[in-house]
Structure formats: structure tokens, C-alpha cells
Design a protein around this ligand. Structure first.
Ligand code: NAD
Length: 340
């Protein structure tokens, strides 16, 4: 850190999320600056670095981590590149905010879990930003308070207006439903033990090769049933809703995230076009929490264990989807480093 305690961050991967985090660290977050940017696209990374005072451009993450101005790493490259970047950050013993997924599968997540345990201390916050969304935080506080009794079921709706060409059934689980996997584990403080995937007749909007929408059902270790309508080409906007059904009441979020307007005999509001707008506050809070914890010498938020558990649930989900049956989640015993 600089003499003023400002965190010098290397942002690895400067595509949609990485560029947005560069903007956030520069314009929104306090206590941090972008000291380096890294991308395999040399032209792109130079263009970004040129617009930020004192920011160096690299094409190799390890070189950026060796830059004396860098004392923390934000990984926003595609999932398959995360393991190498995480291991390099452990080598340099630098704190990390790693975009979800931790890695694309449970075996590689397990390697990262083992490597962090060898360090002997937590280094990574995983980018499951929904935990920093105001509505989800309120829902969790309410469920934790016990006021509504025990949670019995949670109904989720996850709708995207559109997905890029080439989006597959597997990506629907690994890239989209992974968020419900993490938020379910966090809201209920329980592991997911089994996954089932059901499909209605496909929408006429579904592109060739993609069955859309789908209904994903989780069972948890405490006997809670959780369903997720995943609907990635709904056309009308980006919508994330959850309703917890408890013994003595229900709690629902995500119906409205902006003002309601009464006008010309109608009432209504707008729907966010995408996750960047819907979860803007959550991303801001997530990155600020990471910077603040790092400057205090702490690691908070979703851990490598959470990244590994989500990867294991994704694997069960992809198998359940492909094989058309209920698949149990295989998890190792939770290591001491990740017990509360
Ligand atoms: P993107 O394709 O827009 O950008 C990825 C960038 O990384 C590109 O500029 C690419 O050139 C670069 N890159 C590729 N390999 C690299 C490597 N080995 N080292 C450095 N840079 C490399 O992708 P995106 O949508 O920005 O997604 C990036 C990450 O963010 C993924 O892990 C994705 O799952 C995650 N993501 C998270 C959320 C969320 O809501 N938390 C939303 C979208 C994406």
C-alpha cells in the first residue's frame, strides 16, 4: 500500500466486468486505485491503462503482481483462467477479489482450496455479489431473526432479456443458476445436497440447442426445497426475485427495485435491462467491502470454500440436466480454515 494506505489494485481481465470494476475502483470506491491492468489483448489493456494516471499495462498476470505498485488483485478474466491467476497471487501472497466462478469445476476449485490452506490464511473473496444486494441482505436478516419461523421453501425467478450467441444448457447452470446456488447456501446457512432439473416445452424464443426456460430444484441438508425458474431469453428485461416460505409467514424480494409511477390510468415501473444495472449497488458494496477488509488486513465475504461448494453443486446440476434425474452433490468435509 502507498504511504496514505491506498490499495494498489491489479485488475486482471478487462472485458465487460473487468472494465466496469476498473471504472468502479477509479470513480466510486474509496481507499483504492487501479495500479495495473492485465489482458491477453495488448491493445485493449494499453488503451485502458493510458486513461488512468500511474496505471501500468501487462499481458501476463504474474508480471503485474511483481509490480511494486500492486498490493492486491481483482480477477475478472474468464473462469478457465482463474486457477492460474489465483495460484500466482498465492505465490506473491497478495489479497484477491475473484469474480465468480472461483474456477469452472470442482476438481480445480479443490486445488485452489488446498493451495490456500497451505498458505495457512484466507486470501480470497469470491465475487458472489448478490450477498451485497440490499434486498437480499434484508431478506437474510429477516430469516436469521427467526421472526417468520423456520424457512421451508424458497421460490426464485432468474430472468435474462437475452444471452449471447453460443449460450448452452451447461452455461445456464454454471453461469446463471450458480448465483442461486450461492445465495441459497448463504440465506439458509445450509449446504445443498441434491439437484433436479425439469424442463417445460421450450419457448419459441429459445435459440437452437438451448432448452429455455428450465426449472432447477435444490434440496438442502436441513430439508428446505428451493426452486429456480431460469429463463434466459425472456425478452422483457433482467429480473431476479426470491420468495421465502416460512412457518409463520413469507418474505419476497425483487418485485420492484426502482420507483413506481402512476400515470394516465396505469401504474408501473421499469425493469433493469441487465445485471450490471440491477446489481450496480451490490457490486459497489462488494468491492468497497473487499478494499476496506484488505486495508484492515482481513479477508471477509464469500470464501474459497463457497466457490468450491458452488462448483460442486454446478457439477451435480449439469449432470442432473444431462441425465434427467436427481443427482446428489459430492462435497469434501469443510476444512478448519473455512469453519466460522
Ligand atoms: P469478457 O469476455 O467480457 O472479458 C474477459 C476479458 O478477459 C477479455 O478482455 C479477455 O481478453 C481477457 N482474458 C482472457 N483470458 C485472459 C487471461 N488468461 N489473462 C488475462 N485476461 C484474459 O467476460 P466478462 O463477462 O467480463 O466475465 C469475466 C468474469 O466475470 C467471468 O469469470 C464471469 O463469470 C464473471 N462475471 C461475473 C458476473 C457477476 O454478476 N458477478 C457477471 C458477468 C461476468
Amino acid at each position: 500500500m502507498t504511504s496514505h494506505g491506498t490499495l494498489g489494485v491489479a485488475v486482471i481481465g478487462t472485458g465487460r466486468m473487468g472494465a466496469d470494476h476498473v471504472r468502479r475502483l477509479t470513480d466510486v470506491t474509496s481507499g483504492a486505485r487501479v495500479a495495473a491492468v492485465v489482458d491477453i489483448d495488448a491493445e485493449r489493456v494499453k488503451g485502458i491503462a493510458d486513461g488512468i494516471e500511474g496505471c501500468a499495462a501487462y499481458t501476463d498476470p504474474a508480471q503485474a503482481m511483481a509490480d511494486p505498485g500492486v498490493n492486491a488483485v481483482l480477477i475478472a478474466s474468464p473462469g478457465p483462467a482463474h486457477e492460474a491467476a489465483l495460484l500466482a497471487a498465492f505465490e506473491a501472497d497478495l489479497p484477491v477479489l475473484c469474480e465468480k466462478p472461483l474456477t469452472p469445476d470442482a476438481a480445480s476449485a479443490l486445488r485452489v482450496l488446498e493451495a490456500e490452506q497451505k498458505l495457512g490464511h484466507r486470501r480470497v473473496q469470491v465475487g458472489f455479489m448478490r450477498r451485497y444486494d440490499r434486498e437480499y441482505m434484508k431478506l437474510k436478516a429477516l430469516l436469521d431473526s427467526g421472526e417468520l419461523g423456520r424457512t421451508l421453501m424458497v421460490h426464485n425467478r432468474h430472468r435474462n432479456a437475452e444471452v449471447p450467441p453460443g449460450y448452452t444448457n451447461q452455461m445456464l447452470i454454471n453461469d446463471s443458476v450458480v448465483h442461486e446456488m450461492d445465495i441459497t447456501r448463504w440465506l439458509l446457512d445450509q449446504e445443498i445436497t441434491a439437484v433436479t432439473v425439469l424442463r417445460p416445452r421450450p419457448s419459441g424464443n429459445a435459440p437452437e440447442g438451448l432448452d429455455d426456460p428450465q426449472l432447477v430444484i435444490f434440496e438442502t441438508e436441513g430439508g428446505v426445497l428451493v426452486d429456480v425458474e431460469i429463463n434466459v431469453r425472456c425478452r422483457f428485461g433482467y429480473q431476479v426475485q426470491a420468495e421465502a416460505v416460512c412457518e409463520n409467514g413469507t418474505a419476497r424480494m425483487g418485485d420492484v427495485h426502482d420507483i413506481l409511477v402512476n400515470h394516465a390510468g396505469r401504474w408501473g415501473g421499469t425493469i433493469a435491462p441487465d445485471y450490471v444495472e440491477r446489481f450496480e449497488d451490490a457490486y459497489d458494496r462488494e468491492v468497497q467491502a473487499w478494499v476496506d477488509a484488505t486495508r484492515r488486513g482481513e479477508v471477509t465475504g464469500p470464501s474459497v470454500w463457497d466457490g468450491y461448494a458452488a462448483a460442486a453443486v454446478c457439477e451435480a446440476g449439469v449432470r442432473a440436466q444431462a441425465e434427467g434425474r436427481r443427482v446428489e452433490v459430492e462435497l469434501i468435509e469443510r476444512p478448519a480454515l473455512y469453519r466460522a
